[in-house]
Design a protein around this ligand. Structure first.
Ligand code: FAD
Length: 393
């Protein structure tokens, strides 16, 4: 082991291991690769691709082709000059400063946990075995194919958070466009739908979804599923039903076993510099940054900004400079709905209709990697909008 400066004993070159090649992880890589410090950057991801998650519902409805929403991490590693390992991280030892994958361990000087979040079944094994999840582009493609399968007469979306709302709306639009004879049910556990929205937006979303044909069921949960037969807590049984579980997320298993403070969802509590242990950072959905009395919500903007700040702080530690604090700036959020509508809060202002929808897709185009993909998304959205106008006007 060599010493990079008098204060910090690091390997030479310094090894930075990043777990997760999503928005946060790739922002760290980008920030580090740009400043050509003498670093060995290792990115580990369970998938071969970066998936653009905000457009997953558009993949289901076939508004946007999946080819424009994925980036090949192997190809990126060649272009940006980092090492990519396609493996699942099973464990992290903060004491031995190493990460375990299937058949070996990888040591690190700096660790960045940016492994996002995944579906949480809250321990319901029956539901886990019988529901579809909605975490990746692959999941969206599977769902799109199954929605078109005549075997399924009912599509049940269990969970009315952001993902459940967007998905039910897109599935409904898809079914109508393809003129399929199916029902879409959105199940919500509480008696007040969409609690994450302000009251007026809550009403707006309820009306838009209902008008477009989504059957919203309040105080309703899935109890049991057997062979496409879904039993609800209300006693009703729905036959020939395909169920998608969107009722909650949690972080990957290895985080829960790391022995560091985490939230209920398993997000790692980080300090102002995004550190949770010596030389160990967390970013994006896997991290819980406290801001104005709440943890930041899971969003692309925060993930990217956190990733870039972590890259800066790694370089500052190496140079012996004081660390920068993360000062989040909330741009707001948009809830896109399939019938060319959307609502949300942008820079603190409530917005409805087409403007937020336009802003959502603008964000998708801006954040997508590569000009060819940006152009592809733009073209498909224009075609889709024109088809939509013709079909439904
Ligand atoms: C349907 C949907 C719609 C959304 N819409 C919006 C929106 O409109 N606007 C917005 O701001 N946000 C939206 N979000 C949230 C946003 O996508 C996330 O906040 C963002 O993707 C988080 O980035 P991340 O880098 O933390 O995680 P991710 O982008 O999820 O990346 C995590 C990476 O870690 C990898 N990984 C996980 N576990 C392991 C492991 N054990 N070993 C190795 N690799 C692992 C995964 O394969 C993945 O590539 C949406 C999310 C979903 C699901």
């Amino acid at each position: 082991m060599n010493t990079v400066n008098d204060k910090f004993p690091f390997n030479d070159p310094v090894i930075v291991v990043i777990i997760g090649g999503g928005f946060a992880g790739l922002s760290v890589v980008k920030g580090l690769c740009k400043k050509s410090a003498d670093l060995k950057i290792i990115l580990i991801d369970i998938k071969l691709t970066f998936d653009f998650l905000p457009a997953l519902p558009d993949v289901v409805s076939q508004n946007i082709s999946s080819q424009f929403l994925q980036a090949d991490l192997t190809e990126l590693s060649r272009r940006w000059n980092f090492e990519f390992i396609c493996e699942e991280v099973k464990a992290v030892s903060l004491v031995d400063k190493c990460v375990s994958i299937s058949n070996r361990t990888i040591v690190f000087d700096f660790l960045v946990v940016a492994s996002g979040s995944q579906t949480n079944f809250y321990g319901h094994d029956n539901l886990k075995q019988n529901c579809l999840v909605f975490d990746t582009i692959h999941d969206a493609l599977v769902l799109s194919e199954k929605c078109a399968d005549p075997q399924w007469k009912n599509i049940i979306i269990a969970g009315g958070g952001y993902t459940g709302v967007e998905l039910s709306s897109q599935v409904c639009a898809f079914i109508q466009r393809k003129r399929l004879n199916k029902k879409v049910l959105l199940l919500i556990r509480s008696d007040n739908p969409f609690q994450f929205l302000k009251q007026n937006q809550n009403k707006y979303t309820y009306n838009v979804l209902s008008k477009s044909g989504v059957d919203i069921r309040l105080k309703t949960e899935v109890k049991n599923i057997h062979d496409g037969r879904v039993e609800l807590n209300t006693g009703e049984v729905i036959e020939n039903a395909l169920t998608v579980w969107t009722a909650g997320v949690k972080t990957p298993e290895f985080i829960w076993n790391m022995g560091v403070p985490i939230t209920e969802q398993g997000r790692i509590m980080v300090n102002k510099q995004l550190l949770f242990a010596d030389y160990c950072f967390a970013a994006g959905d896997s991290s819980a940054f406290e801001h104005q009395g709440n943890f930041l919500r899971m969003a692309v903007h925060f993930s990217c900004m956190e990733g870039l700040l972590i890259a800066q702080n790694i370089l500052r530690i190496i140079k012996g400079l004081p660390l920068k604090e993360y000062k989040p700036f909330d741009l707001g959020y948009v809830l896109p709905l399939a019938n060319s509508q959307a609502c949300g809060i942008i820079l603190g202002i409530s917005v409805w209709g087409r403007i937020p929808l336009f802003l959502h897709y603008f964000m998708c185009i801006v954040k997508t990697l590569g000009w060819r993909k940006k152009w592809g998304i733009f073209k498909e959205l224009i075609i889709h909008l024109r088809t939509y106008e013709k079909t439904f006007s």
